[in-house]
Design a binder for this molecule. Structure first.
Ligand SMILES: NC(=O)c1ccc[n+]([C@@H]2O[C@H](COP(=O)([O-])OP(=O)(O)OC[C@H]3O[C@@H](n4cnc5c(N)ncnc54)[C@H](O)[C@@H]3O)[C@@H](O)[C@H]2O)c1
Length: 334
């Protein structure tokens, strides 16, 4: 297969390397607004590079991967759907709810497969939690705790166009909660704070966030995020039920240390970035995308799925700014 990739920053260069390891992928063409960066990645990977996304979409592609900065997602996805090219798009689908709704409508009326990059759906631990809840192993689930704690912040220029911590980081947790429980969020109360560098507050964002969500079956979810988790990259989901509790991300590389005397768990080096934490999941999601692009399997995470996670992020952002509980019904839907 011939795959095109737009955006060769942190995740784009990583996806480019991963794609070249997917057996179905024979050739890769990249582009980036920063032409030198595109040329450098193409040289390193023995791939081709072109000047812009319009040229890329005319390069005889079997599939297209959008890994550019968030504001570029919506225009690129629109062009790809119009060009009829199966597309993998990094989360979030768009920078704003309005654009996400527009893309969800466009995708719903199109035959072009679109797969959104929520890689936790391909992580072995999250999948095991999903199976256990669906199979009744946990009894009734009363509480979910989910977190995205980054070891250190991204570069300062990333933050003003990121959409804020709920749309950028916790959107993964909101999607994972829907994925493992099969339920929808009905209310959100969120708050946040800034103790780190000034550029978060200057962009109207927070460097640490927390939310309480309720699901349509009464399950409570406690969701947190931070850009300053010095102990390492800590991403987990705990599902607590009337019969048992199961946790995704509880392994020897857990980015925490026990305060109990003599306790050695977790013993391994803590995860440092999303790349080492989710490496097998990224391989699995891009391998799945090749099957989606071939038309062998349907998209495992559609624009409609991503819209629901984004609506929860939107509700959390409104809640934090207005200091009140937000009903999801207040947030526009399809
Ligand atoms: N799924 C995940 O775990 C995960 C992890 C990190 C980032 N992301 C998402 O991936 C996207 C990129 O994040 P990043 O950390 O790599 O950012 P980054 O800032 O490191 O890289 C973004 C790249 O996009 C390029 N770009 C911007 N506008 C462009 C345009 N119009 N055309 C072509 N290239 C353009 C920039 O030049 C840059 O090279 C974001 O949407 C982010 O939310 C997802």
């Amino acid at each position: 297969m011939r795959i095109g990739l737009a955006g060769v920053g942190r995740i784009g260069a990583f996806h480019a390397r991963t794609l070249l390891g997917v057996p179905a992928v024979e050739s890769l063409v990249v582009c980036d607004a920063d032409q030198q960066a595109a040329a450098a990645v193409a040289k390193e990977l023995d791939a081709e590079h072109v000047a812009d996304v319009e040229t890329l979409l005319r390069a005889g592609l079997d599939g297209f991967v959008i890994a550019a900065a968030t504001p570029a997602h919506a225009p690129m996805l629109r062009l790809a759907i119009e060009a009829g090219v199966p597309t993998f798009c990094e989360k979030p689908v768009a920078h704003t709810l309005e654009e996400t709704l527009e893309l969800a409508r466009l995708a719903a009326t199109s035959e072009v497969p679109v797969h959104i990059g929520f890689q936790r759906r391909f992580d072995a631990g999250y999948r095991r939690v999903q199976e256990a809840i669906a199979g009744g192993e946990l009894g009734f689930v009363h509480t979910i705790r989910a977190n995205t704690h980054d070891q250190s912040p991204p570069h300062a220029s990333y933050i003003p166009t990121s959409g804020g911590i709920f749309r950028d980081c916790n959107v993964h947790d909101y999607d994972a909660i829907r994925f493992v429980t099969g339920r929808e969020v009905v209310t959100a109360y969120a708050t946040g704070g800034n103790k780190g560098e000034a550029f978060f507050a200057e962009a109207g964002d927070v460097d640490t966030g927390a939310a309480v969500l309720t699901l349509d079956d009464g399950t409570m979810c406690l969701v947190s995020s931070t850009r300053y988790n010095g102990g390492g990259h800590d991403v987990r989901l705990e599902a607590m039920g009337s019969k048992a509790t199961l946790t995704a991300g509880l392994d020897d590389s857990l980015a925490m240390r026990s305060a109990e005397p003599g306790e050695t768990f977790p013993a391994g080096p803590p995860h440092q970035t999303f790349m080492d934490r989710f490496q097998p999941a990224y391989v699995a999601e891009l391998t799945a995308f090749a099957e989606v692009a071939k038309g062998v399997t349907p998209s495992p995470c559609t624009v409609a799925d991503a819209l629901q996670a984004f609506r929860t992020a939107e509700a959390c952002d409104v809640s934090r700014r207005e200091g009140r509980v937000v009903q999801l019904a207040e947030v526009p839907d399809l």
